[in-house]
Design a protein around this ligand. Sequence first.
Ligand SMILES: Cc1cc2nc3c(=O)[nH]c(=O)nc-3n(C[C@H](O)[C@H](O)[C@H](O)COP(=O)(O)OP(=O)(O)OC[C@H]3O[C@@H](n4cnc5c(N)ncnc54)[C@H](O)[C@@H]3O)c2cc1C
Length: 309
Amino acid sequence: MAQKEEITERNVRFRNQLAALGKGEILEKEPLCKHTSFDIGGPADFFIRPRTEQEMVAVVRLTRACGLPLMVIGRGTNLLVADGGVRGVVLDLSLACRQLEVCSGGVLVGAAVSIKELLDFCLCRELGGLEFMAGIPGSLGGAIRVNAGAWGKSIGELVDVVRGYDFPGQAISLESSRLHFCYRQSNLAEDVIITEAELMLSPALSEVIKKQMEEFQRRRLSQPWDQKSAGSVFKNPPGATAGKLIEESGCKGLRIGGAEVSLKHANFIINRGGATASEVKELIEKVQGKVKRRFGVKLETEILLVGEE
Ligand SMILES: Cc1cc2nc3c(=O)[nH]c(=O)nc-3n(C[C@H](O)[C@H](O)[C@H](O)COP(=O)(O)OP(=O)(O)OC[C@H]3O[C@@H](n4cnc5c(N)ncnc54)[C@H](O)[C@@H]3O)c2cc1C
């Protein structure tokens, strides 16, 4: 009870000081289902969209000073947000970090730029290297954070510099020698807010880039890309593919409430309408149990579970 009162008090203090700062778009109790590709997720106490990087830094510092937790959201395409939502501040950089320009050796890209926009830009400028990312629906910031990739390649291989802020609001710049990426992971500290990155690309003919992107897109036809999901639910375990293990464990089409293991691709859970995060979670555990019993393999989730149940 006392803890709840303390949280409310902190939120009130934050709200008042934020109003005085007047920084960006501020929404309270914003349903996060509106900001995730799964169309699932409870409310964020504060959902803030700063208009500039300076505004963002002011919001980050105030959040810290008021003792509230902070989470950055990109396009919400790799997230399962719990039904109870997210306490504290959810920071959306979609208005603030939109820079996209050619730099020496490649491109300088703002964290909020979508992978699609980035690929279109690279095609126009005849810069190759990112074609394998075609069809990944997130933002650059989210892609770097989770080291997104496909077909044996990932974005971390192309990152030269990452710039951003830590949670106290200090600017940071990390060069490739200090960055480590592995399968759907980076060594970026949890509190790092990515604002931009430089990617190393090579000159290439636009026809070649286009053809490769089309080929990578074509391979995605086996996935339920037009349904509400958060992409692959599980990481591939060493030497196997999660989808195959799930299918061979008889999980395709399993359903709990509005959540269903896709009939098209077993490593996707889709929201057939009105699914809750707890239904998806229950289905995840059911699939994990079946695969474990059949193959003795514990599948790890690739989608990120955030928030309070
Ligand atoms: C149909 C479909 C297909 C997909 N296919 C693939 C695929 O082939 N390969 C793949 O890797 N993924 C795939 N995904 C998952 C997802 O699109 C990627 O992981 C994407 O890179 C996530 O980016 P996002 O902007 O949506 O991040 P979010 O889902 O919003 O966030 C993901 C994580 O990144 C953090 N984050 C976001 N922005 C920032 C920032 N600026 N600074 C610091 N942290 C940040 C968040 O806090 C969170 O921890 C797919 C998803 C869907 C729906």
